[in-house]
Write a protein that binds this ligand. Sequence first.
Ligand code: ZN
Length: 423
Amino acid sequence: MPHSFLPELTQFLETSPCCFHAINNIKNILSGKQFIQLHENQKWTLRPGCGYFVTRSDASLIAFTIPTAGFHSMRIIASHSDSPAFKVKENPELETDGHYIRLNVERYGGMLCAPWLDRPLSVAGRIIIKDRQGSLCSRLVNIDRDLLLIPNLAIHMNREANNGYKYNAQKDMLPLYGSLTAKGTFMQMIAEAAGVEKDEILGHDLFLYNRQKASIWGASEEFISCGRLDDLQCAFASLKGFLGGKKTSHLAVYCILDSEEVGSTTKQGAASTFLYDTLTRIHSSLGYTREDYLIHLADSFMLSADNAHAVHPNHPDKADPSNRPYLNGGIVLKFNANQKYCTDGISAAMFRDLCNTAGVPVQTFANRSDMAGGSTLGNISNTQVALNTVDIGLPQLAMHSPYETAGVEDTGYLIRAAQAFYC
Ligand code: ZN
């Protein structure tokens, strides 16, 4: 089953090793479609019929299109740009036994540790330098080759390895960078990759990533595996839907926000004012009053799109007995009585109605009543911008592994639903 979006999806995943690259790729796609970049520190002059985007901290982005005839409501889809990974600390080099150089890293988010071991890894992120005018600016970096590896301890030295192992982030998870000759070269390598001198680097946000390319596999090539499917699969599908939608009936808003994996409480996360600031600035730039904004908000709808757990083939008992999403079974509508997911009867009905119209299958997810489960950005975002919101996602396996698995068909379902949503 050939899908025209697959090469684009795999390219997007492979060239987005961290949130900064994901945002930069989306900026480039939008710029190529005549979207105009706005800056938060400059005055906005907006015109109906045009598309714009704005970024915050290089890690979050909001794009929007203003209908030619004005608007009375907003349609928003929000996903997240970050994924669990290991972040490189300051002074990262550690000399061990006079023979090895390791990197000192710490956990970003709640990852599965075991699959990070024994596979080629590399480093990507951003550095901050001063430009010729004396302003601080960021440069993307990607050491695009096999550079690091976290070796396992042999079974002979840990006979209990297969009986459950507690990973110590400071002991077990530090990657090997080189032999002693590598001493003092790591930041030099980062500087060279960014095309600057080492002494110019004033700050950095660098993350490890899995080097394994995306794979389309299975008896009928029905599965896709890659790092960061959570949540770049939703970010990609909602972007395709945003670009393909008519965007004439509502203010169409596409969001991809950072920091979901660490609680969203950064200046660019879902708990920040980024979405609120952007929506209210759009309104005031176009001459709408605050009351107009509140009236529009009351008639608006948001999809919080973050991947969901599919029933695991080896652990079917871990799923709820009556809400059992499967790979390639359709978009997952997520429910939680304690509102870890913000779906309620109204927003579920609105989403089902949308998918019925678009001819897209919908599945449902709830945690087993004796398991806690996760949360996402929908209810957090609602503390800043309160509107009817539904939590949805694409079904996947091995969430928070550096190599996750999802369904090929489901990507297409979200593209179609998003396109219908942005009508
Ligand atoms: Zn997620």
